[in-house]
Design a protein around this ligand. Structure first.
Ligand SMILES: *[C@@H]1O[C@H](CO)[C@@H](O)[C@H](O)[C@H]1NC(C)=O
Ligand SMILES: *[C@@H]1O[C@H](CO)[C@@H](O)[C@H](O)[C@H]1NC(C)=O
Ligand SMILES: *[C@@H]1O[C@H](CO)[C@@H](O)[C@H](O)[C@H]1NC(C)=O
Ligand SMILES: *[C@@H]1O[C@H](CO)[C@@H](O)[C@H](O)[C@H]1NC(C)=O
Ligand SMILES: *[C@@H]1O[C@H](CO)[C@@H](O)[C@H](O)[C@H]1NC(C)=O
Ligand SMILES: *[C@@H]1O[C@H](CO)[C@@H](O)[C@H](O)[C@H]1NC(C)=O
Ligand SMILES: *[C@@H]1O[C@H](CO)[C@@H](O)[C@H](O)[C@H]1NC(C)=O
Ligand SMILES: *[C@@H]1O[C@H](CO)[C@@H](O)[C@H](O)[C@H]1NC(C)=O
Ligand SMILES: *[C@@H]1O[C@H](CO)[C@@H](O)[C@H](O)[C@H]1NC(C)=O
Ligand SMILES: *[C@@H]1O[C@H](CO)[C@@H](O)[C@H](O)[C@H]1NC(C)=O
Ligand SMILES: *[C@@H]1O[C@H](CO)[C@@H](O)[C@H](O)[C@H]1NC(C)=O
Ligand SMILES: *[C@@H]1O[C@H](CO)[C@@H](O)[C@H](O)[C@H]1NC(C)=O
Length: 816
């Protein structure tokens, strides 16, 4: 028996060897009588793509036939054959051309688990892997007789040149379907498909519930995506012929690896591979906030935009499947920790209320509560002017929600799950109150005593640890923990970590930034930090100190009472920044950046200019914060930068194309921010009366040329402004966002222009914004960038690359 087994084993080995020889590693096709199994792979001719068996999970033995990027160090399959039916033994599974000419996959039991399923009219077919990432099944001797293409049968990835089609003959729309989770390619719950009537793409949950629309194609772009723009890199079009409708895009840059995916998060994303950082950068996605994805966190889950992790379970609940949650699949939702026995409510304020509540006509809040209590399946109620109750699962609840439709939800829970101080209106409320009161009184005594003791200890500690490096204080971690009351008062969350308020013993308020995910050694960290510490300018946030202990890295800054610019500019606040304040903020920020770029010993590129990083002191003097972190964070930086919500709109095109970053990248971001300072809203927000193609910078560039700049101004200013300054700011902003960095002014020049020392010419519309529609015909655009469009302000701006600009000049008007 044993002998037989061994013989069989050798036989298998021999067979495998034979197969390996039959398919050498450089092959890019499978033809009749050839097979692919085990470790064998196909590689496309120029080596862009590889086809073979893969798995994303280390623990399980689930293998899939897929195509992935050969030149990307991460395994990112762009296509998967047997999405839902993995094979468990890849060396016994075979991909081959079947009798009928189709490409088929047989598993370890030789069962037929996947097929190209095409109608073949040829005696001999071959499957060829192309450099565009598409596997093509065609006639062996006639390459134009194609029966099937993987690029037209996509999984979750829409490659350049591919299309997601609505077939007018069958009335069926093709679907791009997300993976089940980050390791399992089986079809998940989120999909993208074309709505031929609306000429738009829809995102749907479970094939039914639409949660996002791109807005209809207006001949140039999808109206809900005003930031869409053609460029010399990206080209796209919507095709509507008698047989089918589809959208198609191309990437005209052979050095760029770009993909579009329907992500596990329910968002569609465009990603580019950045070789330097070995990371994918997510430079565009929709919906623009994760919580807009319906049912993202499942039943009794809650979505929040304030944290890195979007989903959490409501109080008293925990994930149905922790494993799924760990793999970014939250659709299973949450279950109660304890079955409901007695009836209490937990109050959640500032939430976006779940969908599908039912309105009840009742007399008051007590009756509303009673109504919920009297029904066993009632899980929550909310009372404002009306009474709303929810039966069964709570879906699409969003936490820490600040919009005007935020409400207060009373969640039905077991008493054991309630925090003791928050127990609301129970029959035992009064007794509980008395007990709580007594306990609290005791606590106060103890706390006072403790604080007295602790203060003494603390003052000792602080004097003990004044290890001063230059002008910087080296803090101990335990000290910062106390100063910030154990990191309890969070001022905000940024890409590099959270910021907490603290008060030094001398009552100076400070902001402590806890850096997340920093892998740098202590010595290097100290070196970088002391460099940052030497940089002082009235418009730069002042670094006071730092802490570097074990794996903790913290930075200590002056506290800025007026917070960051975005809070005053972009959110609805009662206090509106006046024009003169705005202008001073723009000028101050420019001065701070000019100092970083030009006056420091080593030029510092900020890399992350946006309103969130402009802090305002008590007299609204701007302080640029977070400078120097790009270098400090090193390789982590581009990851942080590009996964950070709300950063993308400010990124210069060179970030996306992967060419080296210069200070001009900051100039671009500054320009984008300047537009927001003028308009008082995010550039990507719709401009209602301007219609669909209204990406703000585009509208602004046009109005500037039309001489209608004042119409761009934040309406909250009520027209109170200085027209000349507005025009100047607008021109500067438009120059700053030129595609070609050679045409952007330096920050020093921006300062001079804003100060009124330098005059500035009318800018050209940046090429990438030059998408215009029928009714714009009467407007004359500068559509080619001849030298007349270089800013004639200062020789420093345009002493370079004319060649570069002309090569990329291209008219973007197209006839359909
Ligand atoms: C495939 O194998 C069969 C039988 O082994 C043979 O008759 C046929 O000619 C082969 N076809 C090709 C294209 O090699
Ligand atoms: C698989 O292994 C990689 C690296 O070895 C690790 O980062 C990843 O977390 C592992 N995944 C699982 C599911 O264990
Ligand atoms: C193959 O195609 C036929 C008709 O074209 C269809 O009925 C069948 O479901 C398909 N099978 C698979 C596995 O896709
Ligand atoms: C397939 O082969 C048969 C004979 O072997 C021949 O008669 C027929 O024309 C061939 N068909 C095609 C499409 O080549
Ligand atoms: C394809 O061409 C090869 C050689 O040119 C020939 O041997 C073979 O019969 C052809 N196959 C078909 C199906 O025409
Ligand atoms: C190849 O196939 C195409 C399309 O089926 C056909 O038009 C063409 O004549 C074929 N060429 C040859 C050489 O058979
Ligand atoms: C539409 O579907 C039919 C039936 O599957 C198919 O024959 C036809 O080629 C499809 N049309 C397009 C344009 O793909
Ligand atoms: C998705 O829809 C199918 C029916 O179309 C249903 O059976 C299934 O339960 C739904 N999935 C979820 C997670 O609700
Ligand atoms: C593609 O880019 C090159 C330069 O990068 C340019 O010359 C060419 O015109 C572009 N083609 C298209 C179709 O945009
Ligand atoms: C693959 O290779 C071709 C030719 O070598 C190149 O033009 C193309 O841009 C590459 N495609 C990708 C996605 O890398
Ligand atoms: C999920 O992740 C957490 C933290 O990484 C880990 O402690 C836990 O064991 C994981 N659970 C499962 C089921 O994988
Ligand atoms: C309350 O209910 C009344 C009548 O059903 C309705 O008209 C009103 O809009 C509701 N108010 C709110 C805040 O939902």
């Amino acid at each position: 028996m044993a002998l037989r087994n061994t013989t069989f084993h050798y036989l298998l080995l021999f067979l495998q060897l034979c197969l390996t020889i039959c398919i050498s590693s450089a092959l890019n096709s499978i033809s009749t009588n050839q097979t692919l199994s085990g470790e064998q792979q196909l590689t496309s001719e120029a080596g862009n793509f590889t086809l073979g068996f893969f798995t994303k999970s280390n623990s399980s033995s689930k293998f899939y036939i897929g195509i992935w990027y050969s030149r990307v160090s991460k395994l990112n399959p762009v296509w998967v054959a047997n999405r839902a039916i993995p094979v468990s033994d890849k060396s016994k599974s075979v991909l081959q051309i079947s009798q009928d000419g189709n490409l088929i996959l047989l598993n370890q039991d030789k069962s037929h688990i996947w097929s190209t399923n095409a109608t073949i009219s040829s005696n001999s077919t071959v499957a060829v892997l192309g450099d565009d990432g598409s596997l093509v099944l065609r006639d062996e001797n006639n390459s134009s007789k194609v029966f099937w293409r993987s690029i037209e049968d996509p999984a979750d990835t829409w490659l350049p040149g591919g299309k997601i089609v609505f077939n007018k003959t069958t009335g069926v729309s093709q679907k791009l379907i997300s993976w089940k989770n980050s390791e399992n390619p089986a079809p998940g719950l989120f999909s993208l498909e074309l709505d031929p009537v609306g000429r738009q793409y829809l995102l749907k949950w479970n094939g039914t519930e639409t949660y996002y629309k791109t807005g209809s194609w207006n001949g140039e772009i999808f109206s809900g995506v005003p930031e869409m723009r053609k460029s010399y890199i990206y080209d796209f079009n919507y095709v509507d012929d008698p047989q089918q409708s589809y959208f198609i895009y191309y990437v005209n840059d052979s050095s760029m690896i770009s993909r579009f995916i329907m992500d596990v998060s329910g968002q569609i994303k465009m990603l580019n591979w950045i070789d330097i950082s070995q990371e994918w950068i997510e430079f565009w996605f929709k919906p623009s906030t994760p919580c807009e994805v319906t049912r993202l966190c499942g039943a009794f889950g809650s979505c929040t935009e304030q944290a890195d992790q979007s989903c959490s379970c409501l109080r008293g609940f925990s994930p149905n499947s922790e494993e799924d949650w760990n793999l970014s699949d939250h659709s299973g939702g949450c279950k109660r920790n304890i079955q409901l026995q007695c009836n209490k409510f937990f109050q959640m304020s500032s939430v976006k209320l779940p969908v599908n509540g039912q309105s009840l006509q009742v007399g008051g809040e007590d009756e509303c509560e009673l109504a919920c209590l009297s029904n066993c399946s009632c899980t929550a109620y909310s009372y404002s002017t009306n009474c709303t109750v929810w039966y069964g699962e709570l879906i699409n609840l969003q936490d820490q929600y600040s919009e005007s439709d935020a409400g207060t939800l009373q969640l039905r829970l077991n008493a054991a799950e309630l925090p003791s101080s928050n127990s609301k209106k129970g029959t035992k409320g009064i007794i509980l109150g008395v007990v709580v009161g007594a306990v609290a009184a005791c606590l106060v005594c103890v706390t006072v005593l403790w604080i007295l003791i602790w203060r003494r200890k603390r003052s000792k500690l602080i004097t003990a640890s004044k290890l001063v490096e230059g002008t910087l204080t080296a803090f101990r971690y335990i000290e910062l923990q106390r100063i910030t009351k154990n990191f309890s008062e969070k001022l905000g969350v940024g890409g590099f970590g959270s910021v907490f308020k603290g008060v030094l013993p001398d009552s100076t308020a400070i902001a402590v930034k806890k850096l997340a995910g920093l892998s740098q050694g202590e010595k290097q960290f100290r070196t970088e930090v002391s460099t940052i510490g030497t940089i002082q300018h009235v418009n730069l946030a002042r670094l006071r100190g730092f802490c570097s202990e074990d794996s903790e890295r913290l930075l200590v800054y002056d506290y800025m009472p007026n917070g960051s610019l975005d809070a005053h500019l972009l959110h609805n606040t009662s206090h509106v920044l006046s024009w003169s304040t705005r202008y001073q903020i723009a000028l101050g920020t420019a001065r701070g950046l000019a100092y970083l770029h030009e006056k420091c010993r080593d030029c510092i590129i900020h890399c992350d200019i946006k309103p969130e990083n402009i802090l305002l002191d008590d007299s609204f003097v701007p302080k640029v914060s977070d400078f120097g972190l790009a270098k400090l964070m090193g390789r982590d930086f581009s990851r942080v930068l590009t996964t950070m919500r709300g950063t993308r709109g400010y990124l210069a095109p060179e970030w996306i194309s992967g060419v080296p970053i210069t200070p001009k990248a900051d100039v671009y971001s500054y320009g984008m921010m300047l537009f927001e300072i003028i308009s008082g809203r995010r550039n990507t927000e719709q401009v209602e009366k301007e219609g669909p193609a209204a990406f703000f910078p585009r509208v602004a560039a046009r109005k500037l040329i039309e001489g209608e700049v004042l119409s761009l101004l934040d309406p909250r200013l009520g027209g109170e402004t200085n027209e000349e300054e507005v025009i100047r700011a607008c021109k500067v902003a438009c120059w700053c966002i030129q595609d070609d960095e050679a045409f952007r002014p330096t920050m020093g020049l921006v300062v001079q222009i804003l100060e009124g020392v330098q005059e500035v010419n009318m800018p050209a519309i940046p090429r990438s914004l030059e998408v215009f529609s029928e009714d714009d015909k009467n407007i004359v655009f500068f559509s080619d960038s001849s030298s007349s469009h270089t800013p004639q302000m200062n020789s420093a701006t345009s002493n370079s690359s004319q060649t570069k600009s002309t090569s990329s000049a291209r008219s973007l008007t197209r006839e359909e």
